[in-house]
Design a protein around this ligand. Sequence first.
Ligand code: ADP
Ligand code: MG
Length: 209
Amino acid sequence: MSDLSAQSVSTWLKDFADVINEQANYLTDLDRQIGDADHGSNMSRGMSAVAALDPASFTDASGMLKKAGMTLVSTVGGASGPLYGTFFLRLGTTFTSDGELSAADLARGMQAGLDGIIARGKASPGDKTLVDTLTPAVAAAQQAADEGRSLAEALQAASKAADQGRDSTVDMIAKRGRASYLGERSKGHQDPGATSMALLIDSAARCLA
Ligand code: ADP
Ligand code: MG
């Protein structure tokens, strides 16, 4: 069972920053198909700033998560910055105490993050956005928690569902964000934000279990 702390959150965020840097060109290529070819550089700039935060300067996981969220909002110009920023801010307001993180805590935090993203971006499932990755991931985490499974099992289930959610965006017609300008022509392309969100959940499954 993993313990929640500024240090464990930092380990996760640094891992995600590394993955984003490795995948930046791929994410930008996806955004070139249906957007403006900047998703990789947006996420890379934001997560590099987050990775530079020193966990020792925060008293707990909550403080670290909130600062990460604010850093993304302020360093990323694109739509993804405020949306990812909101996700981490909501995690920070949900995970109010350090210590043991349960599958139920995970599901509650992810649900709060998803609610924040939807409140901010107004996307629904099926609109071809990162919501299509996060929605099934939250449901899988909640189901694992309801079945009394461990945090590690909940994270594994969430990661698998996130990957399927990402893949489901290929056949969708975009209804939100820049890709929506393309209408029918957005079909056949994987959504860049749905792709980076699956990387975030995969990273959580590696680092938080
Ligand atoms: P921008 O679209 O401003 O260039 P990015 O390229 O960094 O920003 O991010 C694009 C991604 O953001 C999309 O692939 C999509 O997943 C996500 N996105 C855009 N608008 C919304 C929205 N209203 N709600 C949820 N996600 C959105
Ligand atoms: Mg873009």
